[in-house]
Design a protein around this ligand. Structure first.
Ligand SMILES: Cc1cc2nc3c(=O)[nH]c(=O)nc-3n(C[C@H](O)[C@H](O)[C@H](O)COP(=O)(O)OP(=O)(O)OC[C@H]3O[C@@H](n4cnc5c(N)ncnc54)[C@H](O)[C@@H]3O)c2cc1C
Length: 395
């Protein structure tokens, strides 16, 4: 659906995806593009805030916190076009193909420059159901709250930040008071500590483990669920016995899938496999341009920039990419020979993992931070006001 009418302009910057990486890029471009240039933004989903989506799936009253319309964050009443509920399915050197024909643009949208900002693929509830409207995404979260409320035992498969945060939300909300009886929660993780990648300290990991255990979660390290589902949800037919590859079993009537995130770069790899690294992330120069393709840019979670995949970093990518596109446009028709003026330096190593509203732990610039600091900075608010501000949403 178009949010505003397009002009007959033939000079176009296409932005694919409208997450936290893309919004600052679009705002910078809208303010600075010459009058005969337009933006076309293609967004597959509503605006969605994974940071608060886990609490929204558990805690009644939080269901509308991770969802907003993308429309209000878009420069309305101008020549630019917002195409929502639509996926880019093919990338070409000077155009993208979308899965639904647009009334004015058709199925193939030509561009002079393109910014790829398609983010990460996660299981629900870290991402909404594809095609869900704002109302449907909120209704899905409310339904998951009811399903979890009805469950007696929950199996969480995967103990990275997502699995740990889920265990924290369930453990705190179903703490045995306010008429909410405790649930049996088991978290199965295939490594010997939660945040197992190099550079994350034992102190940080131990703090997370002791906090989720204190909230009642049984943690099983060094094991995989052999017969788990691929999607989160209530177990059909009620409680089921799941098998682990260490010989143990877990009975559960609700399963959260908390593993398997990957960059949304299938269509980029099909365009040119050499643009991706072995993690299927897009290789970019410090200007965010793709090697060999100076009119193509990639920003946010999909990039191979050597930093944690965080909105805290992603939101800084867009302004750099946008400034470089503006500079190339001003330099004239010479994208391949002009050196863009702005370079991005990878952000510092940082992470805060919440454990309910009062707990959490993190590692910032090499220092471990505990529950008080984590709660103050992240766990209480989950940065919802940043999200609503980004999308100019009122609720
Ligand atoms: C549980 C959880 C907690 C987190 N906590 C934090 C935190 O505390 N701090 C922090 O900084 N980060 C946190 N993050 C990470 C943060 O959410 C991501 O880094 C951020 O969302 C990345 O932004 P992005 O714009 O690159 O991608 P995304 O947010 O994934 O947005 C990409 C957009 O592109 C769209 N899209 C995808 N494919 C297509 C296509 N083919 N065509 C059109 N549109 C498409 C999607 O619909 C989506 O809207 C957390 C993530 C999770 C899951």
């Amino acid at each position: 659906m178009p949010a505003s009418s397009s002009s007959s302009s033939s000079r176009t910057v296409v932005v694919v995806g409208y997450g936290p990486a893309a919004v600052p890029a679009v705002q910078t471009l809208a303010a600075q593009l010459p009058a005969d240039w337009r933006l076309v933004v293609v967004s597959a989903t509503t605006a969605y805030w994974p940071v608060s989506a886990l609490r929204a799936a558990i805690v009644s009253g939080w269901e509308d916190k991770p969802v907003a319309s993308v429309e209000h964050a878009f420069p309305h009443g101008k020549r630019h076009v917002l195409v929502t509920g639509t996926q880019v399915v093919e990338l070409r050197e000077h155009s993208v193909l979308v899965d639904k024909p647009h009334p004015e643009l058709g199925c193939e949208i030509a561009f002079d420059y393109c910014i790829l900002a398609t983010g990460s693929k996660y299981a629900y509830p870290c991402r909404p159901r594809v095609g869900a409207t704002v109302e449907e995404a909120v209704a899905d979260l409310r339904q998951t709250q009811r399903d979890v409320a009805a469950a007696e035992s929950v199996l969480i498969i995967g103990g990275g930040p997502v699995g740990v945060e889920l265990a924290g939300e369930i453990g705190e909300y179903y703490g045995g008071s306010h008429g909410r009886p405790k649930k049996r929660v088991t978290l199965v993780h295939s490594h010997d500590r939660f945040i197992h990648q190099d550079g994350w300290s034992d102190k940080f990991n131990k703090s997370l483990k002791s906090q989720v255990e204190a909230l009642g979660t049984k943690v099983v390290f060094n094991a995989k669920v052999s017969d788990g589902p691929t999607e989160s949800g209530p177990v059909e037919g009620g409680s089921h016995t799941f098998h682990l590859d260490n010989g143990e079993t877990v009975d559960a009537d609700f399963v959260f899938v908390a593993f398997g995130s990957s960059p949304n770069t299938g269509f980029v790899g099909e365009f040119d496999p050499a643009t991706l690294n072995d993690k299927r992330q897009v290789k970019v120069r410090p200007s965010f341009q793709l090697d060999k393709y100076p009119t193509l840019f990639a920003i946010g979670d999909i990039t191979a920039v050597d930093e944690s995949k965080l909105f805290a970093h992603a939101k800084n990518h867009g302004a750099v990419a946008a400034a470089n596109i503006i500079a190339l446009i001003r330099a004239g028709n010479s994208a391949s020979s002009t050196t863009p003026p702005k370079s991005y330096k990878a952000g510092p190593q940082l992470m805060i993992v919440s454990v309910g509203t009062k707990g959490g732990a993190g590692q910032l610039f090499g220092f471990t931070v505990g529950n008080w600091f984590s709660s103050f900075v992240k766990s209480k608010s989950l940065f919802v006001s940043d999200f609503k501000k980004m999308y100019a949403a009122t609720a």
